[in-house]
Design a protein around this ligand. Structure first.
Ligand code: FMN
Length: 177
């Protein structure tokens, strides 16, 4: 695996929590990914992005996309954090929206984060209100898991759990990527 950096991008803390857990498990450096350059990352062999999902986009993915060529000698992994329940369909959708072209082969993992409406920024509150209005128009049985999460919120607002990291850690342990 070589020297490993866990890069994270988090608005409300769940992705940061996962990044710190992962850093401890792998004995890796944990860094916020904003402003990072290939030069700063040149001493690492493995880069793992842990990013929150906002309106379908994994935060921080643009760094991997922009510098894909500079990172061609590195192993890349992505761990996305959202509130949709974990399912193959959800992961597939995230892959379609975020890991296209040169990033197609990057392994993608998922963990549920948190959703506390009382702490949302003004802009995010508006985005969620709009998404909720749109989702409310869909027939309940036709709602996607994310639409359900917005329209029929669970009482629980915190799903962060170390067990979500297991599939990624298993793959890293196996040395078979
Ligand atoms: C404006 C907004 C849009 C969101 N869009 C999605 C989404 O498309 N899919 C999803 O699963 N979760 C979505 N969420 C939930 C976040 O992914 C969840 O709160 C996650 O914990 C964010 O990571 P963070 O805590 O590190 O900021 C959204 C949340 C907000 C505030």
């Amino acid at each position: 695996m070589g020297r490993t950096a866990v890069l994270f991008r988090s608005r409300y803390g769940a992705s940061k929590q996962y990044a710190l857990m992962l850093g401890r498990k792998l004995n890796a450096e944990v860094v916020e990914n904003e402003g990072l350059t290939p030069q700063l990352l040149s001493s690492f062999d493995t880069l793992i992005l842990v990013g929150g999902v906002y309106s379908g986009k994994i935060a921080g993915i643009e760094l991997f996309a922009k510098y894909r060529n500079d990172f061609s000698d590195k192993s890349l992994f992505v761990f996305a954090v959202g509130i949709s329940p974990d399912s193959p369909e959800n992961t597939e959708l995230l892959r379609k929206h975020n890991l296209r072209g040169a990033l197609e082969a990057v392994p993608l993992f998922y963990g549920r984060g948190s959703f506390d409406e009382s702490v949302l920024s003004f802009i995010d509150r508006n985005v969620v209100t709009l998404a909720r209005k749109a989702a409310a128009k869909a027939k309940p049985e036709k709602r996607s898991p994310l639409e359900k999460a917005f329209v029929e919120p669970e009482k629980k607002i915190q799903w962060v759990d170390e067990s979500y990291l297991e599939p990624l850690c298993k793959l890293l342990d196996s040395n078979s990527w």
